[in-house]
Design a protein around this ligand. Structure first.
Ligand code: FES
Length: 565
């Protein structure tokens, strides 16, 4: 099999000429024949002025390249698109599959023997791992790492759990315009990813649990020298992978996915993690079993005391021993024979450090939550499932029956939620629909419906909220998400009317719309699908509308999943 510069020659009808031409062009950058004969290690460059979470990427690339060269390889960095949560309209999820397509095809098109994937902000690591799984070239992930914490008036702050908490205080009138402005300069005090257990931290941990990154790579703060050393070691390792693998398809197996789901529960991870894992699994022809994931929620406790489920931040998790230490704590629940970029997960756990007196990684007999972070609900309102992050929900609302107050779209919610005339009470159930993969489009993080202003001002902090949208991993509340199928494709959520009764019973894993079947059938006959969004008659918007899958299949494009296994 061709390696290095000889891989994937451009087609001119004469392979010898193709190689000659390739060498002639690359020598324009001053490479020697000796350099060009080395194993080539691709290094993705996801630096962007629009992506402060990747602000340390230039330094990481420099260190990766040093590691590659120390191990005798030739590093070649190449750009791919970059996605930041707050700079992606309509939503970063809408662009995840585009980044994945870009990354996969660039890995495939350019000659490289292995690839270092540098990402971090929420959708970037999922997009890169989906791409690597499809390209199936030996790959190793280097997260950009979490930000360090911020401080305000003696309080420790973190993006973005505290962004939401303090914004809610501002909405309720408890925080002035000038103070919220001051806070905005302190919530994200350094480059790197959000430092709570949001989606970025979750995915970095999940990727490490899948064996795709070095031990500890998920938690080292973005600004620490240790992250630079991790980058150098990642580059070195990538050279070894180029010679003998393993490939992503040998790492992301059903056993490895179960390990990742177990870790997802134990870290109090983001609900987005389940969507991304479903997409990654789908790239290898594996269907993620939501019922098995729910069963784990009864077996695996939350052990990481991080916001939003707990009190601390990623740098504290790191100083407490990071993911290897957590995996040691739950070793009996994991398949440590699963392979990794350094051998097996046994090798990761063997590196776990015992930190005397640390309180961030709890022991099994003193969990943050005796059950896992999230569970799967089913019922006539969510035949293909819905997710609730029980570790971030209000215990008193875990069993609740209330009157539905329905918003037909995000625009409708924005227009009416704070209307003083809105007929809404603290016991009601807020319902948002047409905010799913096709409906919004891109399944935005709108599932964290704000508490109506008049109720927030009266001191109401949580209500049962239900939607076909997603929620930021940094959010908290009794929030039912990913209702599948979504309303826009005719899921039962489309049939709910304001005034209906809805019953949530998290213990029984049920979500029921308490309306007679005959009445639901009548409403279904009267239902018409929403009109396609403006602009979706062509281009990427059309591709997205026509091919995006539901949440239980990871919101990937239908043609990107591997069909056999
Ligand atoms: Fe990039 Fe939170 S906005 S990780």
């Amino acid at each position: 099999m061709a390696t290095g510069l000889r891989k994937g020659l451009t087609s001119y009808g004469d392979p010898g000429f193709s190689l000659f031409l390739r060498k002639a062009f690359i020598k324009a950058k001053g490479y020697s024949d000796d350099a060009l004969d080395r194993p080539i290690i691709g290094v993705t460059d996801t630096y962007s002025d629009f992506n402060p979470c990747h602000g340390n990427v230039p330094a990481l690339i420099e260190a990766v390249k040093r590691g590659v060269m120390l191990a005798g390889g030739l590093p070649m960095e190449f750009p791919t698109i970059s996605i930041h949560e707050s700079f992606s309209a309509p939503t970063s999820m809408y662009l995840r599959n585009l980044m994945s397509l870009d990354t996969e095809e660039m890995i495939r098109a350019q000659p490289m023997d292995s690839v270092v994937l540098i990402g971090g902000c929420d959708k970037t690591l999922p997009a890169q791992v989906m791409a690597a799984a499809s390209a199936d070239l030996p790959a190793i992930v280097l997260p950009t790492g979490p930000m360090v914490v911020g401080h305000h008036r003696g309080e420790v702050l973190g993006a973005c759990t505290d962004c939401r908490r303090l914004w809610a205080q501002h909405r309720a009138g408890a925080l002035s315009e000038s103070e919220i402005e001051t806070v905005s300069g302190r919530l994200a005090p350094s480059v790197g990813t959000c430092m709570v257990m949001g989606t970025a931290s979750t995915m970095a941990c999940v990727v490490e649990a899948l064996g795709l990154s070095l031990p500890g790579a998920s938690t080292i703060p973005a600004t620490h020298a240790e992250r630079i050393r991790c980058a150098e070691a990642t580059g070195r390792r990538a050279v070894a992978l180029a010679k003998s693998g393993p490939r992503p398809s040998e790492l992301v197996t059903p056993a490895a996915l179960r390990n990742a789901l177990t870790v997802l529960q134990a870290i109090g991870g983001s609900t987005n993690g389940i969507v991304h894992l479903a997409a990654i699994a789908g790239r290898l022809g594996i269907r993620l079993d939501l019922d098995a994931f729910d069963a784990l929620s009864r077996e695996v406790p939350v052990l990481i005391d991080l916001k939003p489920s707990g009190d601390h931040y990623m740098e504290h998790f790191h100083h407490a021993g990071g993911l290897p230490r957590l995996m040691r704590e739950i070793a009996d629940l994991l398949d440590l024979d699963a392979r990794s970029v350094i051998g097996t997960l046994h090798d990761h756990v063997a590196r776990a450090e015992e930190v005397p007196g640390q309180t961030v990684i709890r022991s099994r007999d003193y969990p943050v939550n005796p059950q896992g972070a999230m569970c799967v609900l089913r019922g006539n309102l969510a035949p293909q499932g819905a997710i609730i992050k029980q570790s971030a929900a209000s215990p008193k609302l875990m069993t609740h029956e209330g009157r539905a107050v329905v918003f037909d779209s995000i625009e409708d919610m924005t227009a009416r939620m704070d209307d003083p005339a809105l007929d809404v009470h603290a016991d009601d159930v807020l319902v948002l629909r047409n905010a799913g993969p096709k409906g919004a489009p891109g399944m935005p993080e709108a599932g964290y419906l704000p508490i109506p202003k008049k109720l927030a001002q009266a001191g109401i902090k949580d209500m049962v909220r239900i939607s076909d949208a997603r929620m930021s991993g940094t959010a908290f509340g009794t929030i039912v998400l990913h209702v599948t199928p979504e309303a826009a494709v005719g899921g039962p959520l489309a049939l709910v009317a304001t005034g209906d009764r809805i019953r949530l019973d998290v213990g029984a894993r049920s979500l029921e719309l308490m309306v007679e079947d005959a009445e639901l059938a009548r409403r279904r006959r009267a239902w018409t699908p929403p009109a396609p969004h403006a602009g979706s008659e062509r281009g990427y918007a059309r591709l997205f509308r026509e091919t995006v899958l539901q949440a239980d299949e990871g919101c990937d494009f239908d043609f990107m999943r591997k069909t056999t296994r």
